[in-house]
Each structure stands twice: as C-alpha cells, then as structure tokens.
Design a protein. Structure first.
Length: 175
C-alpha cells in the first residue's frame, strides 16, 4: 500500500489529534481520525478507535537539515499513481535537475508531467508543483498538483501532491 494523509493535527502537550483525509493509490480517499500520545522529536503512537488501525511514526533528525537541490537532483525509478486513477501503481522514471526542474517522461499510455521542486528554508522538505499532460492521464490533461518531495537518508524519494480541490492526489515512491 502506498498512501498519504492530508489534513491537520492538533497538539496539546504530549497529546496529538489528527483529522485527515487518507489517500491510497487506486482507492477512493476517505476521512480518518487518530488521537494519542507523542514524544516531541521522538515518536507518535496514535490509535484510530473507530477501526483499530494505528498511525505510528518516529522522528528522523534528517528532517532538521537544510534542504538542498544537490541532494535531490538525479534520476529516480519507482511506483506512482493517483487515488482515483486508472493506472494505479504505474512504474515511472522521474528526473530532477540541479535547478529543481522535475520531468516525468510519458508512461505506457502517454501520460507525462513536468514541474518544479523548490527547497524550503526551514526543513529538509521541497515544495512541489507538477502539471500532467496526456489524454489518458489518471488526472485530467493539464491538471496541476501541489505538495511536497522528501529524500530519505537511504536516497529514496517520496513525492505527493494534491489537486486544488483535494479530490485526488498523485503519490510517488522511487529510488
């Protein structure tokens, strides 16, 4: 499963509440709510009382480093798709230049994308904007998504961006 949460979190001391929309490639988005304990800069352990699932995360100090286009710039191969798309789990090659230009060549059905990744100044995260092109794209021809890109310590790339109305989201994981 490749998915993403999009929404808001409320923090009070060591208590965290999350009310968000969950996007999973190839499946309709749905609302989720989690609440539980957090240890700042260490971990989250948030149960969802309605369905018994957990949102668990550990803090990575890599997040506190300054974002650098040199770290992001290269070619990646991986899997991507949209939540409502007709091509869930499609293999894509994505190239990111030293200036942050993002290029996704046409896939098997002729869908391509291009855009820009811009480093944030406060965290090791890149703002991402992609515009899709092609009559058979999972997103409408010309649709733009905005979101983030993150490179993990192991060099894996995670990109996710939602349509302005948040009806669909593009998610990509590559290395």
């Amino acid at each position: 499963m490749i998915g993403a949460l999009h929404g808001s979190a409320t923090v009070r001391g060591n208590s965290v509440g999350i009310d968000e929309q969950f996007f999973e490639i190839g499946h309709p988005a749905y609302r989720v709510s989690y609440s539980g304990a957090a240890i700042p800069r260490t971990q989250l352990n948030l149960p969802n009382t309605s369905d018994g699932t957990y949102f668990v995360g550990t803090y990575d100090t890599h997040y506190d480093q300054t974002a650098s286009l040199a770290q992001l710039a290269r070619s990646y191969t991986g899997t991507g798709g949209t939540t409502r798309g007709n091509n869930p789990g499609t293999n894509y090659s994505i190239s990111i230049s030293g200036t942050g230009a993002v290029t996704m060549p046409p896939d098997a059905v002729g869908c391509s994308a291009s855009g820009i990744a811009t480093p944030r100044t406060d965290k090791n995260v890149f703002d991402l904007s992609l515009r899709f092109s092609g009559a058979r794209c999972a997103l409408v021809n010309g649709e733009q998504v905005n979101g983030i890109a993150v490179v993990a310590d192991d060099g894996n790339l995670l990109m996710m961006g939602g349509m302005s109305n948040m009806q669909d989201e593009f998610i990509y994981v590559g290395n």
